[in-house]
Design a binder for this molecule. Structure first.
Ligand SMILES: O=C(O)CCC(=O)C(=O)O
Ligand SMILES: [Fe+2]
Length: 334
């Protein structure tokens, strides 16, 4: 059960007393599970001229970290600026305007605007509003579900879709090579080839009076194959590595590529789906643009046969992505 939107705890204006339903328990709240600062996640440049070095560095990053900063990716800075601009403009609308695009998950409609800032009587709330919609493939995209404001939202997002699709395919090819597979297109084809789905999730974390007591997004791994994340300039992303939270220092125009669950499964655990969470800020809104690539819902995903043998038995069961997703959302064992 959720309260009405007039009880929304915050919006552009921040509240001075933190409502209890946001307050995290001991061990979970950021002040009790501090992240280590000053460690860089691996940086991978796509302009590395030596392909073997590139493949080696990338697969090492994905086996050890499950996340890397991608530079020289070929997406113009101006397009990344426009992407940030159109998202920010949407979130500047009044709550009432944003609610006109509200999603309705209980009716199976996951696309649109959603807020976790209203009281939910089940679990602790995350300090975040977001907008979720499909970007690709064109046959499945419903433009009615995209923000109408600003008017340039559609053009900019279509342009970004082309770029982020290209980057996904490049990385999938390099990751296939990194697994020692002859067929460089195997990961792409297992994920549906050109029917791979891309989903946009724009996260907006309003300023919070007591950021050390709340979480923007709880610790999780993404159920995607890959997630390509563009943050704004407010820090907040943290990743779990060797028993510690590490604060990710974001380079301005890098893409933060996460390995998601589907690549972990396909690679039979060679590449790690990274556990991550996000923090919020006292004075400033943090925003991030996450593009999840997923297989079509009826694709069956399991460890690649060529990676399974007597020494390396299969670590994961095979199932359709629809079933994986249902189990993940409902917190059932995989
Ligand atoms: O905002 C971030 O940096 C991370 C967001 C995230 O993990 C997600 O939306 O899945
Ligand atoms: Fe995530």
């Amino acid at each position: 059960m959720s309260s009405t939107i007039d009880e929304k705890s915050t919006g552009q204006e921040s509240v001075s007393n933190l409502p209890k339903h946001f307050m995290r328990s001991e061990n979970e709240k950021p002040e009790d599970s501090k992240a280590i600062e000053g460690i860089q996640v691996p940086i991978i440049s796509l302009s590395q001229p030596n392909k073997d070095v590139l493949v080696r560095e990338l697969s090492k990053a994905c086996s050890e970290w499950g996340i890397f900063a991608l530079t020289d990716h070929g997406i113009p800075q101006s397009l990344l600026d426009q992407l940030r601009y159109v998202g920010e403009e949407f979130f500047k609308l009044s709550e009432e305007e944003k609610q006109k695009h509200a999603s309705n998950p209980s009716f199976g409609n996951f696309e649109g605007y959603a807020t976790k800032m209203v009281r939910n009587y089940g679990e602790k709330n995350e300090w975040v509003d977001y907008y979720f919609h499909l970007m690709h493939p064109p046959g499945k995209v419903n433009h009615q579900a995209w923000p109408e404001h600003p008017p340039s939202y559609r053009n900019v997002t279509e342009e970004y879709t082309k770029e982020v699709l290209r980057v996904n395919f490049t990385i999938l090819e390099l990751l296939s090579e990194g697994l020692g597979l002859e067929d460089k297109s195997i990961l792409k084809s297992k994920l549906g080839g050109d029917e791979i789905e891309l989903e946009m999730k724009i996260n907006m974390y309003p300023p919070c009076p007591q950021p050390v007591l709340v979480l923007g997004v709880e610790p999780h791994t993404d159920m995607s194959a890959l997630t390509v994340l563009v943050p704004n300039d407010v820090p907040g992303l943290q990743v779990w590595k060797d028993g510690n939270w590490i604060a990710v220092e974001c380079l301005p125009n890098a893409l933060y590529v996460h390995i998601g669950d589907q690549i972990e499964v396909l690679s039979n655990g060679e590449y790690k789906s990274v556990l991550h969470r996000s923090m919020v800020n006292k004075e400033r809104s943090r925003m991030s643009w996450a593009v999840f690539s997923t297989p079509p819902h009826d694709a069956v995903i399991g460890p690649l046969q060529s990676l399974v043998n007597n020494e390396k038995p299969s670590k994961y069961s095979s199932k359709t992505f629809a079933e994986y997703r249902y189990r993940k959302i409902n917190r059932l064992p995989q």
